[in-house]
Design a protein around this ligand. Structure first.
Ligand code: IMP
Ligand code: MG
Length: 178
């Protein structure tokens, strides 16, 4: 399945299922090394992160917690820049090490909002782990600690990422073909 259609758009395979999974194993190994012995709470940013969070979390080998928050700045295939409501905060994160899990960091607007909230709630240390990063689109200075793949500024779907809500169930990551 190299070429697919999601709604009205055509996409071609960009990162295969195997490539995704072996990169996740490498990221998890690094996090296991860096974070062992700390009181870590993994914080997934829904919806797009649900598959990545599930796959990486199963490879974390120390005692830790996971939780999810939800917000959205994206509407269809281009960033609206608008941040919607933020829901799902119920943990006390005071003095915890928080690892934010993201499916993709694009402009960084979402990330900035999440980080501001974590600081307000007095997290001891904040790390960021994203499967995909678009350096050309990134407008913030917040350093990203763990990156799966740096990708060009193309729209992608699959493995949790959507086009108008569709395409999240695809096992590989596909990019929009012009
Ligand atoms: P940011 O706030 O501009 O960094 O956008 C982050 C959010 O936009 C992500 O969590 C995704 O939900 C969405 N997003 C950004 N780029 C893409 C893409 O190429 N495909 C699907 N969703 C994307
Ligand atoms: Mg997302």
């Amino acid at each position: 399945m190299n070429e697919i259609t999601v709604l009205d758009r055509e996409f071609s395979v960009y990162i295969t299922e195997d490539e995704i999974q072996s990169r996740i194993t490498a990221l998890a190994e690094k996090i296991n090394e860096d974070m062992n012995g700390k009181d870590v709470l993994f914080f997934g940013v829904l919806n797009g992160v649900f598959l990545f969070a599930a796959d990486i979390f199963r490879q974390i080998n120390f005692e830790c917690q996971v939780s999810f928050i939800k917000l959205a700045s994206y509407d269809g295939s281009s960033s609206t820049g608008k941040i919607k409501e933020l829901i799902g905060w119920n943990e006390d994160i005071t003095d915890k090490t928080v690892v934010v899990l993201e499916d993709i960091v694009d402009t960084g607007t979402t990330l900035e909002r999440v980080i501001a909230e974590l600081k307000l709630r007095k997290a001891a240390d904040i790390k960021i782990c994203t499967l995909l990063f678009k350096p050309e689109a990134y407008t913030k200075d917040i350093p990203i600690d763990y990156i799966g793949f740096e990708i060009p500024n193309n729209f992608v779907v699959g493995y949790g990422l959507d086009y108008y809500g569709y395409g999240r169930n695809l096992r590989a990551i596909y990019k929009l073909t012009k």
